[in-house]
Design a protein around this ligand. Structure first.
Ligand SMILES: [Zn+2]
Length: 283
């Protein structure tokens, strides 16, 4: 059972956050739609069932998630590939209208490590143009499709003026990373806190998942939160509306939010706000 009271030693621990914050939670959503399916499996459009699985995310899951976040007045970050933004411009604009941040997530969900440096540069430009065209603002954050940067990504991101990257897994609190043209804040995650490895089952693509019950995922994430709270770190959840927008999962997510927000000093934040806070504190 998670203790809501900290020991004297834990309270006395030097905090990495400003005074009123014990730890930070980022509930992020990657709205991949059909982009990653098509990128990995070019025959995907010939498989309507597979496509419907992808389409569920932006069409059904994301609006449901936006309503849940409104209910608790939580602002967060949606990472959206350019192709999905073009297909669902209203969703991108609605997310921004409700106070959320929209970050870059490739065009057709291309993991940078799988393409040439020139392709990567072109895709970064294309995604920026699409998101800026819809929101009026250049995206300031990037999450790599499949959590896999190339050797050039940080150089490109620093050249293009990004404030942060959210693709690495090297800590459980923000840290600085260097690109050729400057420094970025890294907001790390980890596969344990991504819904993808738990929930994905794509038989036509040869992926048969074990599909653990939501209770198992809830317990894993609560266990991580216990550590984040105790050590005063940052929790980066990465979810996908096509998975976490499903009914059992969104009910579980609400239970998780309810539990986390019952602890004093926990702050739910957008990635860009965490990155800026980190720059102010340590930049
Ligand atoms: Zn993705």
């Amino acid at each position: 059972m998670l203790r809501k009271r900290l020991t004297r030693e834990e309270v006395a621990m030097v905090s990495i956050w400003p005074k009123d914050i014990r730890c930070v939670v980022m509930l992020t959503f990657d709205v991949d739609g059909v982009s990653g399916l098509i990128n990995r499996f070019p025959q995907a459009p010939e498989h309507p069932s597979l496509m419907s699985l992808g389409e569920f995310g932006p069409r059904v899951g994301a609006p449901r998630i936006l309503d849940l976040l409104d209910k608790y007045d939580i602002k967060t970050t949606f990472f959206i590939p350019g192709y999905v933004a073009e297909q669902y411009p209203g969703l991108v604009q609605e997310a921004v209208r409700r106070g959320h941040e929209v970050g870059h997530h490739g065009y057709m969900h291309e993991p940078p490590g799988t393409i040439s440096p020139q392709e990567e540069a072109d895709i970064l430009d294309r995604g920026i143009r699409i998101l800026e065209g819809l929101t009026g603002e250049r995206p300031r954050g990037y999450r790599s499709p499949a959590w896999e940067l190339s050797a050039h990504t940080l150089d490109y991101l620093s050249e293009l003026g990004f404030t942060y990257d959210a693709s690495l897994v090297g800590d459980d609190a923000p840290y600085f990373v260097k690109g050729k043209h400057g420094r970025l804040v890294e907001l790390p995650g980890q596969w344990f806190l991504d819904d993808h490895p738990y929930y994905v089952c794509l038989p036509v693509m040869g992926r048969m998942g074990r599909l653990p019950g939501v209770e198992e995922v809830y317990q894993n994430w609560i266990a991580e939160f216990e550590g984040v709270y105790r050590f005063g770190r940052a929790m980066m959840l990465a979810m996908h509306p096509r998975q976490s927008g499903r009914l059992a999962k969104i009910v579980m997510l609400e239970r998780l939010i309810d539990h986390i927000r019952s602890f004093p000093g926990v702050k739910f934040m957008r990635c860009i706000d965490v990155a800026e806070l980190w720059q102010q504190q340590y930049g």
